[in-house]
Design a protein. Structure first.
Length: 397
């Protein structure tokens, strides 16, 4: 009987050990991490970042210490991946949170050169405190590139969670398309589709499911304001817009599963598209197919985006270009590396990307599909499977 689909404590420990081995080889005594996604990746601890500092300390001897405020103490103590939990009472209380952090760092044997994702807890939501350099007198060496290289290569367990995300994002999108109709609004349609997909997911896997996300608690699909001419704004915001005949619609769907995400986006039409809209749709499909074919192990990310941009040039579409071809995805919606001319990272098996070249014309709308793909030993596996063809994406007017 399957009792868990979560990342195992053994895998979290292996991640920590691999990072420590790298930093020790570089002459660093240990690592301090503040970023909530890095803490989740290495410790399996999901939290809502506030002004209260939280830090994961990887000690020189491999011990894993989490520093939390009192309100997170029991939450943190429940994580079997941790060796030690230290807490302070409140921020900016007395004794100060930073005093407990400094003590935890010293007890972990960190001194001299120390790896960190940033020099101290970031100044967010009113937090104002010292850097690690000021607090502990250490030399902070940023190790974000080492972390990101590790994060980019997904394990079998991570890929399984992304596949599960794909499954429920697909259902949410199916319901979104089913409920979209002239006269309805994006708010009611998105909410209905997301709620129904989430309830179905909980009925199916609720006993072994956790979102582990401070952004979303279940499957979701929506338009985020990309309706009609607003579809030409790639990062529009929802505005409770109503659907009208002739609208171009750009969608988005996903589901956090133990923190892991997928991305599914489609371009749909309310009624048959105009000839020029259909032409743009076909170019968009051709661009995405070109990108699919270009993603291979051993190829630089920049080469994929260069191939896509060459298509824009060849077909005189450059005025409709707005963004790069795609990005990695996992615990974050956007991770590195990026399918961009400025990123020469070599693609490797185990990387997971979104592939989403788009075309945008203010007078016509936006045209963008996004699919989540896994890099294999000889190419890619397209994990998302929602229909891409035009007839499947026309909603009766």
């Amino acid at each position: 009987m399957l009792t868990s689909i979560a990342i195992s404590p053994a895998e979290h420990a292996a991640r920590c050990n691999a990072l420590l081995a790298e930093v020790h080889e570089a002459g660093l005594s240990g690592v301090v991490l503040f970023d909530p996604y890095y803490v989740l990746y290495y410790a399996g601890f999901a939290f809502v970042p506030t002004e209260r500092p939280i830090a994961l300390v990887l000690g020189s001897d491999g011990t894993r210490t989490l520093v939390v405020p009192r309100l997170e103490l029991e939450h943190a103590q429940a994580k079997s991946t941790l060796d030690r939990v230290e807490h302070y009472l409140e921020y900016p209380g007395s004794p100060r949170a930073e005093d407990v952090l400094a003590s935890a760092i010293a007890n972990a044997g960190l001194s001299g050169a120390v790896g960190a994702d940033q020099d101290g807890y970031p100044w967010i939501l009113g937090y104002r405190g010292p850097t690690l350099t000021e607090l502990c007198g250490v030399d902070v060496v940023r190790v974000v590139e080492r972390i990101e290289r590790q994060v980019a290569l997904k394990s079998e367990a991570e890929i399984a969670l992304i596949r599960e995300s794909v499954r429920w994002g697909n259902l949410a999108h199916r319901l979104l398309q089913r409920y979209t109709r002239v006269g309805a609004t994006e708010t009611e349609v998105s909410q209905q589709a997301s709620d129904e997909a989430t309830f179905a997911m909980l009925d199916a896997i609720g006993e072994i499911y956790r979102a582990q996300s401070f952004v979303s608690s279940g499957a979701h699909a929506g338009y985020r304001g990309q309706i009609g001419r607003n579809a030409a704004i790639p990062h529009a915001l929802a505005g409770n817009l109503g659907f009208q005949p002739g609208d171009v619609l750009v969608t988005g769907a996903s589901a956090p599963v133990w923190g892991y995400l997928s991305e599914l986006e489609r371009t749909m039409f309310v009624g048959d598209p105009a000839p020029e809209q259909e032409r743009m749709f076909e170019h968009m499909l051709a661009l995405q197919d070109l990108a699919f074919d270009a993603i291979r192990p051993g190829v630089a990310c920049s080469e994929v985006d260069t191939a896509v941009r060459s298509y824009f040039e060849e077909h005189e579409l450059w005025s409709h270009w707005r963004h790069h071809t795609g990005h990695a995805i996992g615990l974050r919606y956007h991770e590195g590396p990026f399918l961009d001319t400025g990123d020469d990272t070599v693609i490797e098996p185990g990387m997971v990307f979104t592939v989403e070249p788009g075309l945008y014309a203010p007078e016509l709308g936006g045209f963008r599909h996004s699919d989540t793909v896994l890099v294999t030993t000889d190419g890619i596996e397209i994990l998302t499977y929602y229909p891409r063809d035009l007839p499947s994406l026309v909603i009766p007017a």
